[in-house]
Design a protein around this ligand. Structure first.
Ligand SMILES: Cc1ncc(COP(=O)(O)O)c(C=O)c1O
Length: 400
């Protein structure tokens, strides 16, 4: 391997959310967090960033930009940024969009909060599929809009959209927006071509705008393909696509995301209301990632594939009743451990306290996730193994 993904890098005292910010985020400062492990021995497998360095091209570009020494107000004016991202979506997804439709945001989360307000009137509703990335709910309810959920169905090791239920809910005249996740966090499903067509048609027939959050689209298992929803509906202006270099190249802290808004009215609203400033280091980092990060990403995907195989084998051997399928995409494993913890245990707390592993349990995914934990596998394999050993040990103790 050209890149050393086995390297264990100490992120302590770098203001990393994963290690320095977990108390508030995971436990809301609650006293119930009282781990058997010392703070410095906790293993972070929760927030969706990686324990790997960003591609050398990104580090180089940021260093070069830093050497310039002036970091005044900036915005993307140089067409090279848009071109780099356009080349990326063309090369990877055979998708071309109008360059004028691309706006940047300080992350997908801020974009969600803005777009919900721009799209939905105060008495309108937002439809999401559950289990769900929690910020879909937070962006909706934080904007005082009503949340409507449609549970995914689980059968034969696979999550599926309950189209009948989804259609019924989309037909509610007050539902004016859906926030769609593809690849899906936390299940890791890439929705198939047919599923995308069926989903898109239901929304368009019912005048439901779609925010398609495709932030995980670059993190595919090797050999898998991804289709942006908007590619299948080239004549529609009802789909807003969110992509970002943040997950792909481990640069979420740069807070830069690409939002493709083909709807003219919403784009104009965006341009009037959003703060027109981008971080100069983020622009340099993102442009370099899309231009020169492809090779690193291919190697990263192989390493993460290996971690998934490792997890699958490990669970078969040590926790054979855990239910787990290697996902199509993301570096997140969604594992049903209800056989081992059948009560209504708070899983985030249980594993933090008893295993010293910081992970996200079922209640952090809105609903329809009972008995599941989400493990972040974007870490050196030795770290993964250590985390899994501790998880197994904690479950042995809980049943003895
Ligand atoms: C589906 C999804 N959307 C958005 C985000 C966060 O996006 P950003 O860091 O660009 O705000 C995440 C991070 O975990 C995510 O999983």
């Amino acid at each position: 391997m050209k890149y050393n993904f086995d390297e264990i890098i100490d992120r302590r005292h770098t203001n990393a959310m994963s290690l320095d910010g977990y108390r508030d985020y995971l436990f809301g400062g609650s006293d119930a967090f009282d781990s058997d492990y010392a703070d410095e021995d906790l293993i972070p497998m929760w927030i969706a960033d990686m324990e790997f360095k960003s591609p050398p091209a990104v580090i180089h570009a940021v260093s070069e930009r830093a050497k310039h020494g002036i970091f005044g107000y900036s915005q993307i004016f140089d067409p090279a940024y848009k071109q780099a991202f356009l080349n990326w979506t063309k090369e990877h997804y055979n998708w071309k969009f109008e360059p004028d439709h691309l706006v940047t945001s300080h992350g997908v989360i801020p974009a969600l909060f803005s777009l919900v307000k721009y799209i939905c009137a105060p008495d309108e509703k937002v439809l999401i599929m559950t289990p769900s990335y929690a910020f879909f709910k937070l962006a909706t309810e934080g904007s005082d809009r009503v949340l409507v959920t449609s549970d995914l169905k689980y059968s034969n090791g696979r999550y599926e959209i309950d189209f009948e239920d989804f259609r019924r809910k989309a037909e509610d005249e007050k539902v004016s927006l859906t926030i769609f996740c593809n690849p899906h966090n936390p299940t890791g499903r890439i929705w198939t071509h047919d599923e995308l067509l069926q989903f898109g048609k239901i929304c368009l027939e019912n005048d439901v705008m779609i925010i398609s959050d495709e932030i995980h689209c670059d993190l595919l298992r090797t050999g898998k393909n991804f289709t942006p929803l908007a590619r299948l509906f080239p004549d529609s202006d009802q789909i807003i696509t969110c992509m970002a270099p943040s997950k792909t190249f481990n640069m979420a802290g740069f807070m830069i995301a690409n939002i493709i808004i083909s709807n003219k009215a919403i784009r104009q609203l965006w341009q009037q209301k959003e703060i027109p400033i981008d971080n100069p280091l983020s622009i340099a980092a993102a442009q370099a990632a899309y231009t020169d990060g492809g090779d690193w990403l291919s190697e990263l995907k192989k390493y993460v594939d290996g971690n998934f195989r490792f997890l699958k084998n490990y669970l078969s051997e040590h926790l054979p009743e855990a239910i787990f399928t290697i996902p199509d995409a993301t570096y997140l494993a969604w594992v049903n451990v209800s056989h081992y913890l059948p009560g209504d245990e708070n899983l985030t707390l249980f594993f933090a306290n008893k295993a010293g592993v910081l992970l996200e349990g079922d209640t952090m995914f809105v609903s329809n996730g009972a008995g599941h934990i989400r493990l972040n596998l974007a870490c050196p394999r030795a770290r993964l193994q250590q985390g899994l050993n501790r998880i197994v040990k904690s479950l042995e103790h809980s049943s003895s």
